[in-house]
Each structure stands twice: as C-alpha cells, then as structure tokens.
Design a protein around this ligand. Structure first.
Ligand code: BGC
Length: 531
C-alpha cells in the first residue's frame, strides 16, 4: 500500500485508503474560491455608485449646482430596479447553471459564467443611461449566477473530505474581500468629476472574471461529473490530478470505486424516468418525514440559504450607511460601513479552523446564538437610549460583534452545508436551487428593508434589530432540529449518514460500510442512464 493512512472508523475500514492532502491539492481546490470575489464585489459596489455626484448628473441629467440637495438623487424606483435586476439575473442564472453543469461540466460552466459576466460588465461600463446599465447588470447577474452556484458544487466535489469545509469557507472569505474592495474602490473614486467615478469601480470587475476563467483552464474537471457521464477513464485522470497521485495508484482506485459505487446506488434509488422535467421533479421526490429523501434535502438546502439571509446581514452591508446616518451623532457613516466590511473579512478565517474542528452543526448553533444576543442588545439600546453618544458607540460595537458571529459561522457554514447534502444524481440542481434561494431572499430583503426602516416609511430605526433577532432565533431552532453534521465524511458517506440517522444524532454517526462493499448487491440491476 502507498504510504498513506488506512482510515478506520468505528473499528471498520470504512473509507479504505486516502491520499494525503498536499499543498498543491490544497491550492488547486482553493483557487476556485476566487469566484466569491464576483459575488461580493458585484453586490457591494452598486450602493456607492448610486450616491456618486457624477453618476447622478449623467444618469438623471441633473446639475448639482442648481438642484436642491433633496432632489439630487436617483429616484427610488430606479434605484430599486438597478440594484435588484442583478439578483433577478443571478436567480435565473443559478437555476440554469445546474443543468449546464451536468451537461457540459462544472468547470466549463464556470468559465462560461465568466464570459457572460465579462459581456455584462462591458455593457455597464459603456453605459451612460439607464437602459444599457440595467441590461448590463441583468447579463452580468446571469454570469454571477452560473459562477456562484457551480463554484460550490465544483469545490465540494474536488476537495478532500478533511479540508472540504475549510476550502468552501475560502469561497466565503473571497465574498467578504469582494465586499470590502467594493467599498474601498467606491470610496476612492466617488469624488471624481468624470466618468471614471463609476466606470472604474464597474470595469475593475473584469479582472476577477479574467483571473478565474483563465486559471480554471489549468484545473481539471470534477471527477464526479465524469462518473455521472459514465467516463471512468477521464474521472480517473481528473482525480489523479486533484489528488496529486499516479492515476493507477491505490489511492485513486479506492476513491474512484467509492464514487462510482455510490453513483450506482443512487441511480438505483432515484427513478430516471420523465426526461428533462422528470429529472427536475427528482429534486422534490420522497417523503417530507424522511431525513434523506430528495425532497427533504432540497427543502433543507433552500431553507438554509433563506435562513442565512434572514440573519439580516445584508441590512448592514446594503443599508449600513443610511442606518448609521439615522443614528444621528455619527461623523462619517461611510467609514463605519468600511469598518463593518473589514470586521467581516477578518473574522471569516476563524471558520477555516472551526468548521473542521467543531463541525457544521455547533458552528451554526453558536453563531445563531451569538447573533441573537447582539441583535437584541442593539435593539434594546436603540429603544431605550438611542440618541446618546455612548449608546450609539455601544450599538456600533454590538453590530460589529454580530458581523463577527455571522462571518465566522453562518456566512461560510451555509455554503459548506449545501455543497454536501445532495446525492450526486441531483447535486448540481440541488446546489443551484439553494443558491437561487440565497439570491431570491437577498433580493426580497433588499427590496423590503427600506420600507421597514426609512423615516418616511415604517421608521423602525434600531427596532428593526428585534426583527433580525427574532429571525435568528428561528435559525437557531431550525439548525437544532434539521441540520445534520457532515464534518469529516466523504460526500458518499454523507449520503449514508443521512439515510441512517436523524440530524440530532448525526454527529455520533460513524461509517461502517462502504458503497463498494454493497456494490455487488445492486450493480447488476443498474443502468447508466442519465437521471
Ligand atoms: C451571503 C451574502 C452576504 C455575505 C456577507 C454571504 O455568505 O450569502 O448575502 O452579503 O455573505 O459576507
């Protein structure tokens, strides 16, 4: 046997042998995380641009010198259209991406996403009126949808199980860097009196697409995609590259056999009738009461992403500046927004360690609890003592601690879990649906929060944190009852664990058999037909 470990769990050799995780493997898997930059930057840059003088003059035909301050703004309906059209594009892009990833491959779909995104960004950069800007954002949104849905799938499928959580958390880290860079670049160009004020922050995104698209050309396709396509030789080659081992080594044989046996098993348990729509319907098959049914997993993935948005984090990132301004005593609300994005970046790496050390469930539970406490404190200070300087400072401090809890737990955790809970036969669509749910709720919250907090609307002010605190309480209860522990398991073992346990008992589960062991029992009746 090559020098690697025999993994024995529960006294049984449940995963056979496993390739050691080399630095090269680690970097190869982590590179894809770069796609998070799209997500973060693209959602982050627009709020700054909408407030830039030159942008308002160009897009509204107003002259700042002669227009009263209150009238020198982009009207609410246009703002909402410009901001939300991206999420709309992303929502549909993410849904479509699931199919493309199964038909053409994970890597090819991400590269296609980069090209679509480049076209969208080029149109936005060229725009000096609403029509082209909106069209550009819709098209770029499609590209971001492809990238954000398929990156999670790709990374989860190529990463070795021991570092899978940490690698997918790297994606979240890149999202946070994207958000922070967007605030900083907006800050740097906002006072320019030429089109560079908005064209620089918009066009700079092309760089992310180029780096990701070109870099991916040098990475292999996901071996699990090839197994789905019944191309075992290509799967072997791809796996050998990501694991840095010879294609005929025992490591590769063992892992490949397990992926293949699991796929046979799933094909057998999921009917492959019904053609294209039938295969979508597969995502919703099975009983709601069985933790491993497809329906249950699809609901789990989509609701987990909904809960992540319900934590209210984007209230701080999208409307932070306005909220801090409403608090009154703040000198530079813009700087405070940058600070929250910096806290977000600095706290995320904690999850690289914690998600593998403590597991997904504890991280999500503790994270929700931490956020609940901070949010209720902010809300209570807001209603009792809101205008006092010290009170405002305390509120800001607790908002930063709340961001710390989000960034080190729910931010990465939600993405890690959706990459792990689906069986291969519906994985690409399941991840796509879950990602689309993230964008849908992102959009809903972006649209409704101004109505809840604006002074001429609901005027909730800091009381809005009672709502986020209440929703985080739902997230806590939800995690306790529904989220299974997937730490340290291969994606194939996750499948078995969901079959054999309930979420609350899942962390104690140990693999005792492999799909290879069981293969003889079902392989002969399996067809390689697509599901
Ligand atoms: C969320 C985004 C959010 C970001 C903040 C992501 O995981 O999905 O909506 O803006 O984290 O870091």
């Amino acid at each position: 046997m090559p020098g690697g470990a025999v993994v024995t769990m529960g006294g049984v050799d449940a995963t056979r042998i496993e390739a050691p995780v080399t630095l090269k493997t680690y970097f190869m898997c982590a590179f894809a995380a770069f796609g998070g930059l799209f997500f973060g930057y693209d959602s982050g840059y627009i709020s700054g641009v909408l407030g830039m003088d030159y942008f308002i003059e160009t897009f509204e035909g107003l002259d700042k010198a002669t227009t009263p301050t209150a009238a020198f703004v982009i009207p609410a309906w246009k703002k909402s259209l410009i901001v939300s059209i991206l999420s709309a594009g992303t929502f549909f892009g993410a849904l479509l991406a699931g199919d493309l990833a199964d038909w053409f491959g994970r890597r090819t779909t991400i590269i296609a996403g980069c090209i679509v995104f480049l076209i969208g960004v080029a149109l936005q950069t060229a725009s000096s009126a609403l029509g082209l800007l909106v069209a550009g954002r819709l098209i770029a949104g499609f590209g971001v949808g492809f990238v954000s849905a398929v990156i999670i799938l790709y990374m989860s499928e190529i990463a070795p199980r021991k570092v899978r959580g940490a690698i997918v958390s790297g994606y979240q880290f890149c999202i946070t860097i994207g958000l922070m860079m967007a605030s900083c670049i907006d800050y740097a160009t906002e006072n320019r009196q030429d089109s560079g004020s908005y064209r620089i922050p918009i066009s700079i995104q092309m760089l992310w697409a180029l780096i990701l698209g070109v870099g991916l050309l040098f990475l292999p396709e996901s071996p699990r995609y090839f197994i789905r396509k019944d191309q075992k030789d290509k799967a072997r080659e791809a796996l050998a590259r990501v694991r840095g081992q010879p294609a005929d080594s025992e490591y590769i044989n063992s892992e490949l056999d397990e992926i293949e046996a699991n796929h046979f098993y799933e094909l057998q348990s999921i009917p492959s009738d019904g053609g294209y729509f039938g295969s979508w319907i597969n995502c919703f098959r099975g009983s709601l009461w069985k933790p491993n049914s497809n329906l249950r997993r699809t609901i789990l993935g989509t609701s987990l992403q909904m809960m992540q948005q319900w934590t209210g984090v984007n209230f701080v990132f999208y409307f932070g500046t306005t909220f801090f301004t409403q608090l009154g005593t703040i000198q530079n609300p813009f700087l405070l927004s940058i600070i929250t994005t910096i806290v977000n970046v600095l706290s995320t790496p904690i999850s690289f360690y914690a998600i593998e050390k403590f597991g997904r469930r504890p991280l999500l539970l503790w994270g929700a609890l931490g956020m609940i406490i901070c949010q209720f404190i902010v809300a209570i200070i807001g209603v009792t003592d809101g205008s006092d300087n010290k009170a405002v400072a305390a509120m800001i401090a607790f908002i930063c601690i709340y961001i710390f809890f989000f960034a080190s737990t729910w931010g990465p955790g939600a993405w890690v879990v959706i990459g792990e809970i689906y069986p291969l036969a519906i994985r690409s669509r399941g991840v796509a649906l879950s990602t689309a749910s993230n964008w849908l709720w992102n959009c809903i919250i972006a649209v409704i929060t101004p109505y809840m907090v604006d002074t001429d609307q609901g005027n909730l002010g800091a009381k809005v944190f009672f709502i986020w605190g209440g929703l985080c309480t739902c997230a806590f209860v939800y995690t306790y009852f529904l989220i299974p522990e997937t730490k340290g398991l291969t994606l194939e073992q996750v499948d078995k664990m969901m079959e054999e346990t309930t979420p609350r008992t899942s962390s104690k589960w140990k693999p005792t058999t492999t799909f290879v062991d069981e293969k003889a029992a079902f392989a002969p009746v399996v067809s390689h037909q697509e599901v």
